[in-house]
Design a protein around this ligand. Structure first.
Ligand code: AMP
Ligand code: MG
Length: 483
């Protein structure tokens, strides 16, 4: 295990050199063996839960780690805050995996930094376990995401809505560079740091740009837009609502980051919002494409600080933002076509997709179950009868449309299954598991849940329990920022 610290190399304006604050009695709650092996964490250390608890609480530092809290700004619910930054997180450094890919290792809940404002620098057990479960689930669903290596309980109490046990979660990310990282320097007019950040981001995430003659700022915005489109389309495939798509929670890698007030949509309704602070539905399920478009406009704006009075760059950036809705729509239609088993998008397919969504919204059908049943209906007459009744004329139209393709029912089913999960982390199950972990201080229920979530496209005896929807629960469900 060998750390490098390239972000530290960017210079002092990028971070606060802050050390984790030790906790009273660290205990390892969750460990991600798959990820640990990918990062080549020595087996000997992996077998030693006590040492893991020391290292992944921040009580002891791994050799070569240089903890920093990174600086960033951000638009939160549309209002700009020029000074945010890691108020309760410490980036320990970067590890290379066997493919030469660079991964950030970050402790979250590890104490205050210069950016903590009034916060206590800590994290409660519930949000820490939520981040672990949700990111593992998203990874298995095939949605780009940051990952969690460990959750360690601290033996201390944190005070939020109520008193809760504290925890530190270790996040692994392809980087922690956010749109807000660019905004931080852009708002100060710090051209030197902004250029350094742009070039660093290109080298780390999009090295192919270096060889391009095109303007590097424009090329970067173009790449990040592509990543963000893929990301939000993937969210919408599985019914994920991020809940707090502020620009500081938008990673330029295109990975899901900051599992705060996130939730899964049960009954299909584009206006679904669960977050207690999102009173206007800014981050509602169906508004996520608009918001990511808006966030990309803020990203382009911040890079434009490097090109004052360059009309060509301005026009190119404006073009990227103007073209966004069309580009998003194409990716979204392709994704929905995959869910419906349509191989090539043809005329009339968009209308069929719209009809499906309208029917689901009208009858408040469960999003995951509807597509699961549709997939099963190809080979199961009982399921077919039920789903045909639910979907009404939509179902016949869909049958006629897929009958024009030459694939067999089995092949079509296998293809559709890739886009339509059997199991998602449903809100009532997530909450029950978090409550059990909090109460017992043990991970048993989380481990049972994770075992199923790691195979979301398989129906097993264990999965049946977690497939139950609970629209009653979802109706009154409220999520809170994990702060
Ligand atoms: P979030 O809503 O988690 O994306 O956080 C927004 C900002 O608040 C970031 O700058 C966080 O580092 C900071 N923050 C959140 N919770 C805490 C906390 N408990 N202590 C200090 N800073 C925090
Ligand atoms: Mg955040």
């Amino acid at each position: 295990m060998k750390f490098s610290n390239t972000y530290v190399g960017l210079g002092e304006r990028f971070y606060d050199k802050s050390q984790p604050t030790a906790v009273r009695s660290p205990k390892l709650l969750l460990w991600n063996t798959r990820l640990a092996n990918q990062l080549n964490i020595p087996q000997e250390l992996q077998q030693d839960a006590e040492s893991l608890a020391q290292y992944f609480s921040g009580n002891q530092l791994l050799a070569g780690a240089e903890p920093i809290a990174t600086a960033y700004a951000g638009h939160q619910f549309g209002s700009f805050n020029p000074q945010l930054g890691d108020g309760r997180a410490h980036l320990l450094g970067e590890l290379l995996d066997d493919d030469g890919k660079r991964w950030d290792l970050q402790l979250k809940g590890s104490g205050v930094s210069a950016y903590s404002r009034a916060g206590d620098g800590r994290c409660a057990i519930g949000p820490a376990v939520r981040e672990f479960i949700m990111s593992e689930s998203m990874k298995a669903l095939g949605v780009p995401t940051t990952e969690c290596l460990a959750v360690v309980t601290t033996g201390e109490t944190v005070y939020r809505q109520q008193a809760s046990p504290g925890a530190v979660v270790t996040r692994v990310a392809s980087s922690h560079i956010r749109v807000g990282s660019f905004q931080f320097f852009a708002s100060k007019g710090d051209v030197e740091s902004l250029t350094a950040l742009r070039d660093y981001a290109i080298a780390r995430h999009f090295p192919e740009i270096k060889q391009q003659a095109a303007n590097h700022s424009v090329a970067l915005v173009d790449k990040v837009i592509e990543k963000q489109i893929q990301l939000v389309v993937a969210w919408m495939r599985v019914g994920f609502i991020h809940g707090v798509m502020n620009t500081d929670n938008t990673a330029i890698s295109g990975d899901t980051i900051d599992y705060g007030p996130c939730a899964m949509m049960g009954a299909y309704d584009p206006q679904t919002v669960y977050s207690s602070i999102d009173r206007n539905g800014r981050y509602a399920f169906g508004n996520q494409p608009n918001i990511v478009n808006w966030n990309m406009a803020r990203f382009a704006e911040s890079l434009l600080v490097l090109h004052p009075e360059d009309k060509e760059v301005l026009a190119q950036m404006q073009g990227l933002i103007t073209d966004f809705p069309e580009r998003f729509q194409q990716a979204y239609s392709r994704m929905m076509a995959d869910k419906l088993g349509l191989q090539n998008l043809q005329q009339g397919d968009d209308a069929l997709i719209a009809l499906f969504l309208a029917r689901m919204a009208e009858l408040k059908l469960d999003y995951t179950k509807t597509f699961d049943s549709l997939t099963k209906s190809l080979t199961d007459t009982k399921v077919q009868a039920t789903i045909a009744a639910d979907l009404g004329p939509c179902y016949q139209q869909w049958q006629q449309r897929v009958a024009t393709q030459t694939t067999s029912a089995q092949e079509l089913q296998a293809a559709m299954r890739k886009s339509n999960p059997v199991v998602i982390p449903r809100n009532h199950h997530v909450e029950a598991v978090l409550a059990a972990c909090e109460e017992s201080g043990e991970a048993t229920t989380a481990l049972d849940f994770l075992a199923v979530l790691r195979h979301p496209y398989e129906e097993t005896e264990q999965s049946a329990h977690y497939q139950s929807d609970d629209s009653g629960f979802d109706q009154g469900y409220q999520t809170f920022c994990g702060t």
